[in-house]
Design a protein. Sequence first.
Length: 302
Amino acid sequence: MDVKKDSLKAWILAARPKTLTGAAVPVMIGLALANYQLSIVNCQLSIVPAILCLLFAFIMQIDANFINDLFDYLKGTDDRETRLGPERACTQGWVSVGKMKVAIALTTLIACLVGLPLIYYGGWEMVLVGLICVVFCFLYTTHLSYMGLGDVLVLVFFGVVPVCVTYYIQLHTLTIPVVIASLACGMVIDALLLVNNFRDRDTDREAGKVTLVVRIGAEAALRSYLGVGIIACLMGVVFIFEGCWLAFVLPLLYLQLHYRTYREMRTIWQGRALNATLGKTARNIFVYGLLVSLGLVLSTMF
């Protein structure tokens, strides 16, 4: 790919816009859950904190991508010759190490500034939430992903934290169904990490990066990929008890797409061809979030 060093195109590629669906879906589900609950008492969502939550999620995702790009390059995990995944900015020389460090500092600062007004809507506990997000954003790439804890962090920071915090800011309370829905969201998004690590299992093992896939092996990883989607949909039964059965039924359509990508992974098994499966998994995640949110919105009309 012909990319001029430190160009706008280089920075767009470094930001990995396709990954932003993973940031958007938890906030979308959190807002849909809050909207459903507020509709019961004839209230509406607060738009400003909703936008701030979405912006914070987007910026933190870009920040995480920059950090991952830089530190995987510095650690030697990303090698131009052996890398199977999409090309990375630092590894390809599209962005210099110095400028990437500056970009990381700026995106971290911008994320904090965007999240700061959420103190007004959610209380001072939002400071702690924001601090934890920033710290683990760095720890994921630098340490925890090498210890096989990446999947746990996805469950927490792409499920529990964004869904529950988004909901909490709107209603200043949490319920067990919301927590269950957040865990289901995290499981669906973890499918993206599973296919990524499934593709990179051999190079990760050689680099000393002991991901969950490296620990459990390829066959178990495939079953895990299929399982997270099925379990997430089954957990949606909680919506029936909340009076919004459509939020349980509609996401079952997502399972068809999820099963197809699972079969594709099993057929391809290894190599760069799995990058297409990665893209389809990102699409599936967005479809899941859209169907859950649509089910919740439609339930307010009946």
